[in-house]
Design a binder for this molecule. Structure first.
Ligand code: DC
Length: 229
């Protein structure tokens, strides 16, 4: 069967990665979480003191050290994907509120995006990839055979993220998370370079009222239509 590129874009915390992972597993494709890549760069910047107390970023320092940053992925013993920053597993740290609160400004930087997009294109050279993010169908793979744009209401997305963080023992409140979801939406959609937007040929999915099983089935149906067309 022909291999394709599946591009899944959309708002933060709307379940893109859950559906992308599930499809990749079912069809034997590689899953790439591009948000994790921007999060790993953010962690690098935090660890190296590149954020001022006012939230400003030392962009000169970060841009001069971009070549020291390698983001990769591997599966843990249970088959769950983990993100590595220069060979160190940073999966938990990149999902916490500190990184979540600082990642959007990092993702607005042109030199960061350039480096990440370059790595992302390299990962999809052989096709057979499911990639999720904000600019996959518009910038990284404008020729992707299947493009999905996912969205859900702010409250539903904040609740999902709240449940996820609670399960990990994070004490952030629902209100803090809702604020973070809204702030990230705003920055992601209003930035100058590669803003979050729906590709003209993307299929829209609002999954506010869908179960995970329903959204998986919906995506599998779109995949089957595409490879059989
Ligand atoms: O999907 P996520 O919440 O893990 O993404 C983290 C941040 O990275 C979010 O603010 C949007 C940004 N991002 C991006 O600009 N481009 C991508 N392809 C993926 C994520």
């Amino acid at each position: 069967m022909k291999k394709i590129i599946v591009a899944i874009d959309g708002h933060s915390s709307c379940g893109k990665s859950t559906m992308a992972k599930s499809l990749a597993k079912s069809i034997g494709y590689t899953y790439v979480d591009t948000g994790a890549m921007y999060r790993a760069v953010t962690l690098f910047a935090i660890r190296n003191g590149m954020f001022g107390t006012d939230g400003s970023i030392d962009t000169d320092s970060l841009s001069s050290r971009m070549n020291e940053i390698t983001v990769s992925f591997r599966n843990d013993a249970c088959g769950r994907q983990e993100t590595l920053l220069n060979g160190e597993v940073v999966e938990n740290e990149i999902r916490g509120m500190e990184v979540s609160g600082k990642v959007s400004p990092i993702a607005t930087l042109g030199f960061v995006r350039e480096a990440m997009v370059c790595q992302q294109r390299r990962m999809g050279q052989e096709k057979g990839i499911v990639m999720d993010g904000r600019d996959i169908g518009t910038v990284v793979y404008p020729d992707a055979e299947l493009k999905i744009f996912v969205t859900a209401s702010d409250e539903v997305r904040a609740q999902r993220r709240f449940d996820e963080l609670q399960a990990k023992g994070d004490s952030s409140t629902f209100e803090e998370i809702l604020k973070n979801v809204r702030e990230r939406d705003y920055i992601d959609s209003h930035r100058e370079i590669s803003p979050l937007r729906q590709a003209d040929d993307a299929i829209v999915l609002d999954n506010s009222n869908m179960t995970i099983a329903e959204q998986d089935a919906w995506l599998m149906a779109r995949y089957n239509e595409t490879v059989n067309s």
